[in-house]
Ligand binder design. Structure first.
Ligand code: AMP
Length: 279
């Protein structure tokens, strides 16, 4: 395993890896969700590059950035457990941005606008800034993204098309804790009581899925609003069912047999997102 922290060392030393090269971009605090992406990348490529970088321009909330969990030594140890040809890029902010820490503007085909785009202004342009930088420098043959951040996955697919890059974008299923909570680096920020309640988010999505062939979207929304009235320690940020390709909200009268449900919930100050295919 090679750990490096400047893009120049890639250019100088490693820029001719044994291809295909698979890339797994992360913000660290690695968990089984990330490990599954790395494992898949190792299966499908001769070389894997994991990036660990907390990207400041995708955080619209300064406190969220400041408290984002970080443990580079533990991350490196976890990656070391894999056999294979692995590179780990752990840049400082200046290596990616120089001294201009701002997001660039991209054509994201409107996929950046709903849901997270409404709640986290400019978030996806921040994501696109760093991902396009990685794609252009490393030119991976494949890049792996989790469906946990389903909207992000769609945005990156659009970005890759818009930039006419040769990287195949590969979406991977959501990995969950045994109690159903979608794995996330932010889960470790939950207090004990909130952690106990957090699996209710996935339970709600499953309940909606079970009803989705029978009830209209409007009726499902009522179930959601009743749920949050009864469980007032969880605060709903948004709930929508969208067409998974366009991310446009489906018709209220429609029975959402083919849509995908997206939810964002606050437990105390911690915001969690999840999604589930309704078909
Ligand atoms: P993050 O470090 O949270 O930015 O995530 C890095 C990559 O891992 C993204 O493509 C995420 O979608 C993916 N990821 C995070 N959590 C999960 C999970 N529970 N299951 C699958 N992929 C995940």
């Amino acid at each position: 395993m090679n750990v490096f922290n400047s893009s120049q060392s890639w250019v100088d030393e490693f820029s001719d890896p044994i291809r295909p090269l698979g890339m797994v971009p992360t913000m660290g605090a690695l968990h089984q969700g990330h490990m599954t992406l790395i494992e898949r990348a190792l299966k499908e490529n001769n070389t894997v590059l994991v990036t660990i970088f907390i990207n400041p321009t995708q955080f619209n909330d300064k406190t969220d950035l400041e408290r984002y969990p970080q443990d580079l030594d533990a991350d490196i140890k976890k990656i070391e457990q894999f056999r294979g040809n692995i590179f780990v890029y752990t840049p400082a902010v200046e290596d990616v941005y120089g001294n201009n820490i701002t997001a660039k503007s991209f054509n994201l085909g409107g996929l950046d606008e709903p849901m997270e785009g409404v709640k986290r202004k400019n978030h996806f342009h921040g994501v696109a800034t760093v991902v396009s930088y990685f794609l252009e420098i490393f030119q991976p043959n494949r890049a792996y993204f989790g469906e946990k951040d389903f909207q992000q996955l769609r945005v990156i697919e659009q970005l890759s098309k818009a930039l006419a890059l040769n990287t195949k974008i590969i979406g991977c299923p959501i990995i969950r804790e045994p109690d159903g909570l979608a794995m996330s680096s932010r889960n470790q920020l939950l207090g004990v009581e909130d952690r106990k309640k957090a699996p209710m988010i996935f339970q709600l999505l499953q309940l909606l899925k079970a009803q989705s062939a029978l009830l209209s979207y409007r009726a499902l929304r009522e179930i959601v609003h009743d749920f949050f009235k009864k469980n007032d320690s969880l605060k709903l940020d948004y709930f929508v069912i969208c067409d998974p390709k366009t991310l446009q909200e489906i018709d209220f009268k429609q029975s959402p047999g083919t849509g995908r449900a997206f939810i964002a919930v606050y437990l105390g100050k911690i915001r969690l997102i999840d999604n589930l295919d309704m078909s």
